[in-house]
Design a protein around this ligand. Structure first.
Ligand code: CP
Length: 314
């Protein structure tokens, strides 16, 4: 069975995955894409298992697609809401997770503003932990759903040129994508102002450009990122007007990419800041396809992790 090549108990980062494991996740996700076109979309794979959605930061796409994915695999799902939990009374992250663990869930999906918090959970939790975005660190299922969308378009995940544009510094989506595409042997351009795209990113196997037109030339994939105001991203350039003038992707700048290029964005979008509305809504854009693929990729990850609990608490 091919699935035996998947060695992970948790999904914490793309860094932890081998190219073969990435290919396997995408292959299984492709089969779930096919299933989602059927009348009956449910599978018994996780029947009797419990998945906890533990989101300490806001989310539209990731949270709801993990919920749909878990339900399609017949798991029971608990949506934990930080705003109405005992965290408000001062309970720590560790005590919150230990309390939920006492109810014997099998998989915990966590989003948290602190980089490394999913890994911290693995030091004391018995469930499988899935990172749904941790601070500036990684957002592995986003990079995997992006990869699935790219593979659907180009029929391969190798030998492509991908340009990632915007607030790279604060972006866990960028980090996961850079690591994934470096592992798969793709060419990566990072584009933005020096304050948001430090040269040090070249150590990750990418090339840094401060000129949008130069960097985007001949790209197969143009991936736009949001300026992360909640992490202070807006303080790294003089004004939105100037940022837009230099780094917004619009019909003119997008035309420098290959004729067959696709436009991606993980969302949420700042329309007419980093991305021109007419382009975001054009047939070059695969932004909503990315959202749809989020369900299949998250189903594949939940399916592969299986939700087998450790018997011993570390
Ligand atoms: N792309 C992404 O993580 O979106 P959400 O914040 O809506 O989950």
């Amino acid at each position: 069975m091919k699935e035996t090549i998947f060695k992970q108990k948790h999904l914490l980062s793309i860094e932890d995955l081998s190219p073969e494991e990435i290919d396997l996740i995408l292959e299984i996700a492709e089969s779930f894409v096919e299933v989602s076109t059927r009348n009956i979309k449910k599978f018994p794979a996780l029947k009797g298992k419990t998945v906890v959605n533990l989101f300490f930061e806001s989310s539209t796409r990731t949270r709801s697609s993990f919920e749909i994915a878990a339900k399609r695999l017949s798991a029971d799902l608990i949506n934990f809401s930080a705003s109405i939990s005992s965290l408000k009374k001062g309970e720590s992250l560790r005590d919150t997770v230990l309390t939920l663990e006492a109810m014997n869930p099998h998989i915990i999906v966590i989003r948290h503003s602190a980089s490394g918090s999913p890994k911290y959970l693995t030091t004391f939790a018995r469930s499988s932990i899935i990172n749904a975005g941790d601070g500036f660190h990684e957002h592995p299922t986003q990079a995997l759903l992006d990869a699935l969308t790219i593979k659907q378009k180009f029929k391969t995940l190798r030998g492509l040129k991908i340009s990632i544009i915007g607030d790279i510094l604060h972006s866990r989506v960028a980090r996961s994508n850079i690591i994934l595409h470096h592992k798969m042997g793709n060419e990566i351009s990072l584009i933005g102002p020096p304050s948001l795209v430090p040269k040090e990113f070249e150590q990750m196997g990418a090339k840094v450009y401060y000129d949008l037109k130069e960097g985007v030339k001949n790209s197969d994939i143009v991936m736009m990122l949001r300026v992360q105001e909640e992490r202070g991203g807006g303080n790294y350039f003089p004004s939105i007007r100037e940022y837009r003038k230099l780094f917004e992707i619009n019909q003119e700048t997008f035309s420098l990419a290959k004729e067959s290029a696709i436009l991606m964005h993980p969302g949420p979008l700042n329309r007419d800041v980093e991305i021109e509305t007419s382009l975001a809504d054009s047939d070059k854009s695969v932004i909503l396809q990315q959202v749809t693929n989020g369900i299949a990729v998250r189903m594949a990850v939940l399916y592969l992790l299986k939700g087998e609990r450790n018997e011993i608490i570390n």
